[in-house]
Unconditional design. Structure first.
Length: 212
């Protein structure tokens, strides 16, 4: 099944959850559609890129792994944690302190799926063995890891969650400003991460091949 097909299937499956005992479909977050489909498409795009990289062949022998901090960067990691750990904390708080339990656990499931997809990409970007014989090939290896990381944009899932408090009004009213602050923090740290990325050094001189 393609990534798009899987995302659509997950979206349809989430719709059937409203048939479970004690579940009210009108309380389920509208933002879950984005989380299921976009996270799955992102994972599928990454898998396709990875497959094409493997098909290239002829890579230098494995040498070393870079540090996780070097691949992810502190501000990106902050945005990731705010989006998924912070979002999960909000969902649990909603479940325990309000009557919007259907909204809370459904949002938590959608965030969990997005976190799983993003984490899969990041774990591979960090843990796969480095490949490089000289400064140019090491720099290319680092750039490929960076491009993998860029596919995973966790702050987008925090922003889209605002659909519910601002437009569908399905989230508990007492948590509206908490969700706005949560999304703002995720976006602010993501912006700082991109600003940090803009200062990345250019690739050193070397033979990078030519396109046919």
């Amino acid at each position: 099944m393609s990534a798009g097909g899987l995302g659509f299937a997950l979206m349809i499956t989430s719709g059937f959850l409203q048939n479970l005992p004690g579940v009210r479909g009108v309380e389920m977050p509208e933002s879950r559609y984005f989380s299921f489909i976009v996270a799955t498409l992102t994972l599928g795009q990454w898998a396709s890129i990875l497959h094409r990289e493997w098909q290239l062949g002829g890579l230098p022998a494995p040498t070393r792994r870079p540090s996780a901090a070097g691949v992810l960067g502190g501000w990106y990691l902050a945005s990731f944690l705010i989006t998924f750990v912070g979002g999960a904390a909000l969902a649990v708080a909603m479940y325990l302190t309000t009557s919007s339990r259907t909204f809370a656990w459904t949002w938590l499931v959608a965030l969990g799926w997005a976190a799983l997809c993003c984490t899969t990409i990041l774990v591979w970007a960090v843990t796969r063995r480095g490949r490089g014989e000289d400064a140019a090939s090491v720099a290319v290896d680092a750039e490929l890891r960076y491009q993998d990381r860029r596919l995973s944009a966790p702050a987008a899932f925090a922003v889209v969650s605002l659909i519910d408090p601002l437009f569908s009004h399905r989230s508990p009213p007492a948590f509206t400003w908490w969700m706005v602050g949560y999304a703002a923090l995720a976006v602010a740290t993501a912006a700082l991460a991109y600003r940090q990325d803009a200062r990345r050094p250019a690739l050193p001189p070397g033979d990078y091949g030519t396109e046919a």
